[in-house]
Design a protein around this ligand. Structure first.
Ligand code: FES
Length: 532
């Protein structure tokens, strides 16, 4: 393996790897714009220039591969490459590159949405000149709507072309191109073909400056006011990693988070804009249906009603339960335990979810058609008990206890029959929808972006779902409500004080999850045992 030296760090690296990539992987900082690890290399911005001993000119580190030299040619008798990132020549070149990139760039950081997370701002501060020699008028162009909720501010664009390469190489749709050359060049869409693909929002994520913006985020907040929560998307079973940016208990945007084991570098727009679906009609207290209208009741009253109804319908043995593939493993595990303990037939069914079509893109990014985000985990938690929904409405049907589907429930014939057969339906939910409207009693629990626990994607990767929003009103964590219901119906005290306690119990109960605990998962997750 080649041995290289970058400034005073010695690194052993794979032959063929690009210099910038190995430097970044080793935690070394080399400024760059056009390079992106998931895209092809163009070497166009010149920001990553470095000095390599033995080479007459500065080199773009993003495009220089590392190679092994014959012994007689090694530098200092042992190095295959010696690189300087802070030499006088490099520092001077960076200043010139930045001066060039800023020729037409407006000094509008105070009103720019990228301020605080802008590489142009940061590099100008760290490596640029305080003054520009450019005294001519700056080129000024109006903003343009590119489509799919993406707007371009041409004045801020530095022509790194990451967005163009993204649409060609990752989305495979190629809507964007560089129009004209030199002073007149700009990012554009071909006539009458707007940016229109399910991954379009990623072009804003990968834009290193404030040129490509998401329409629904423009001027809504400042970056430094946001709390950034690393979490996982549950809109399909792919388990893409996301960062949820919120302020004052409101989500302002969702951006992708890198996890090579799940989504790579990108997310789809269904996940990116999922928070917009859940903002309305949040349920904040237990709701009891009284003569076709909802009456707010306390938790004590709600639990008393459940107890009375269970007794009136033949006891817990007749209980029917629906686990939900949109809830975390912990909640479904506790529901399965409850059913296993009190229900005579020891069976439950999975709530049917409205599915879509699988989509796969040229570079391998995929959107699963299965919209039950935690289906794999829910099946793992309930495996011994799961039956088809039609089995549940046979015999004496007692109280129906169901986890909601966040508006994605497919109320098919079997669910319809079960709802009709059940004398009293209790649904744990966060939002009013067609399914929750059918309940007799709704228990308010954590909704999407409020839930905590583990979810398992369709490839067996278990990840921690970190809540980005606080619960509102009287709502409680979903796992806690199921634990309290277990206590209510079995008379046994709950041993759990947090979701992580339940995760530990799962690890002690289900062999494939024996290595899964809250802290072992970290930010990238772990595969269930038996899967590589
Ligand atoms: Fe190397 Fe742009 S990052 S030239």
């Amino acid at each position: 393996m080649p041995l290289i030296k970058i400034d005073d760090r010695e690194l052993e690296v794979q032959a063929g790897d690009k210099l910038l990539a190995v430097a970044l992987a080793a935690g070394l900082e080399i400024p760059h714009y056009c390079y992106h690890p998931a895209l092809s290399v163009t070497g166009s911005c010149r920001m990553c220039l470095v000095e390599i001993e033995g080479m007459p000119r500065l080199q773009t580190s993003c495009s220089v591969p590392v190679s092994e030299l014959p012994p007689e040619k090694k530098v200092d008798g042992k190095f295959d490459m010696v690189v300087h990132t802070q030499s006088e020549k490099v520092v001077a070149a960076r200043k010139l590159v930045l001066e060039f990139l800023l020729l037409n760039h407006p000094l509008d950081c105070p009103v720019c949405d990228q301020a605080g997370e802008c590489f142009l701002q940061d590099y100008s501060f760290q490596h640029g000149n305080a003054h520009s020699r450019f005294i001519e008028d700056k080129r000024v162009r109006a903003n343009e709507d590119l489509g799919s909720g993406v707007v371009i501010n041409h004045n801020r664009c530095i022509m790194c072309t990451r967005c163009v390469r993204f649409t060609r190489e990752i989305a495979g749709t190629g809507e964007l191109y560089v129009q004209n050359r030199g002073y007149n060049n700009k990012i554009a869409v071909f006539d009458s073909v707007p940016l229109d693909n399910p991954l379009a929002g990623n072009v804003a994520d990968i834009c290193p400056v404030g040129a490509l913006l998401l329409k629904d985020y423009i001027h809504t907040t400042r970056f430094w006011h946001l709390s950034q929560t690393p979490s996982v998307c549950t809109e399909c079973t792919a388990g893409c990693n996301i960062t949820v940016d919120a302020a004052n208990n409101k989500i302002h945007r969702i951006i992708s988070r890198v996890n090579e084991q799940a989504n790579g570098h990108f997310i789809c727009d269904y996940g990116r804009y999922a928070h917009n679906k859940y903002v309305e009609a949040t349920i904040t207290s237990p709701l009891l249906k009284v003569e076709d209208s909802w009456k707010e009741v306390s938790w004590e009253e709600a639990y008393q009603v459940i107890k009375d109804q269970v007794v009136a319908t033949g006891g817990g043995a007749n209980l029917r339960a629906l686990a939900s593939p949109v809830y975390p493993n912990e909640t479904n595990f506790l529901l399965a335990n409850l059913v296993d303990t009190v229900v005579e037939k020891k069976s439950l069914a999975l709530l049917p979810i409205q599915n879509g079509d699988d989509q796969t893109f040229p570079a391998g990014f995929r959107i699963s058609g299965d919209k039950g985000g935690n289906r794999r985990g829910t099946e793992d938690m309930t495996r011994k008990l799961t039956v088809k929904p039609q089995t549940l409405f046979r015999g004496d049907v007692g109280v129906l206890l169901a986890l909601d589907g966040d508006g994605r429930t497919a109320i098919d014939g079997d669910v319809e029959k079960l709802l009709k057969a059940s004398p009293f339906t209790v649904i744990l939910a966060s939002n009013m929808n067609k399914f929750t409207e059918r309940a007799n009693l709704i228990l308010p629990v954590a909704g999407p972006f409020q839930r905590e626990g583990t979810i398992t994607n369709d490839r067996g990767l278990v990840q921690w779902l970190e809540p980005a929003l606080q619960l509102t009103g009287e709502a409680k964590p979903d796992w806690q409500v199921v634990a309290e219901l277990g206590q209510l119906l079995t008379g046994q005290a709950s041993l759990y004080t947090c979701a992580g306690d339940v995760t530990w119990k799962i690890s002690q109960t289900i062999a494939a999850y024996s290595r899964i605990t809250r802290f072992k998962l970290g930010k990238k997750g772990q595969f269930v045992q038996g899967i590589k």
